[in-house]
Ligand binder design. Sequence first.
Ligand code: NAP
Length: 335
Amino acid sequence: MTLPDNAREIRLASRPEGFPTPGNFDLVEVPVPAIGAGQLLVRNVVMSVDPYMRGRMNEGRSYTPPFELGKALDGGAVGEVVASEADGFAVGDTVLHGLGWRDYAAVDASTAVKVDPEVAPPGAYLGVLGMPGMTAYAGLLEVAAFREGDVVFVSGAAGAVGQVAGQVARLRGAKRVIGSAGSADKVKYLVEELGFDAAFNYKDGPVAELLAQAAPDGIDVYFDNVGGEHLEAAIDAFTMHGRAALCGSISNYNTTSPTGVRNLGLAVGKRLSLRGFIVGDHEHLRADFVREVGGWIAEGKLRYQETVTEGLERAPEAFIGMLRGENTGKALVTL
Ligand code: NAP
């Protein structure tokens, strides 16, 4: 294959304050990177835009280091190996790796995982069969210690993680699965296509009231993608010994005045477990996840959507759109 003279990458031009804008990003032409021993040259075909990237655009360390100003962003991507200086990888292989936001990446082979585009389309390895799917599986089953017969509430339910979390609960024998999302179409998708028992649009009123209507007998498990008002409503709705997997708090990612949770005192009397987690700590579940979720997809029991934006130059738009709720299911960018 002939390589182009130049490649493109997207850099962080400035740190967003509140909601990111296109001006926070720069699209820059760069030489196609050279590779050394142990490396692969990968032509990316699809990349992920994820909520956690917003945190990395801020200054200061969280559980991952911040993106550097003037440097290319990075994140999950799947691409085709076009040159290899590493044993075990050949030209034509498809690999999952961490250098998205660019057309061509020089990837250390030690950080690349071969995936089979015949088994699932490349984007699935960034979504339902990738990090978000694994987050849903580990968060629900291990962190929230889901048990058959539980009433489960999932926020951000029509997103990449949420759409899997709710269906895993249903397929593992939840008594009732309730979802919240930010539009009437998403609510319809949850109930009519994914088999949620009830769902509501959190923009229709106070979340505590909407949740109380959808779960009149309370909830046993809460899968929290949103934080803030949603978490407060879940604490109100919890039965005794309720369990929450604290996965993310997107309602506070783009605001300079975060909302707090005012009713934590209820956690004492209700003997609640509210447990934060990071998916990378649950790698021991990967084989079970691939077998069980992969099996459900193959059998048509677990469904999913993706929202695909075409073109690296539109990746900032796709990222901002995802933060605004314009995606249903996994937000991806094809290159
Ligand atoms: P996603 O749900 O596909 O996309 C983000 C969604 O968040 C949007 O579509 C939007 O949907 C919703 N949202 C945006 N602002 C909101 C607000 N103010 N209130 C309520 N919902 C809002 O993203 P994802 O990749 O599946 O991630 C979901 C959550 O999981 C995020 O909090 C993320 O940080 C977290 N996460 C954690 C881990 C971990 O290891 N702990 C791993 C992956 C992801 P609506 O239309 O419904 O508003």
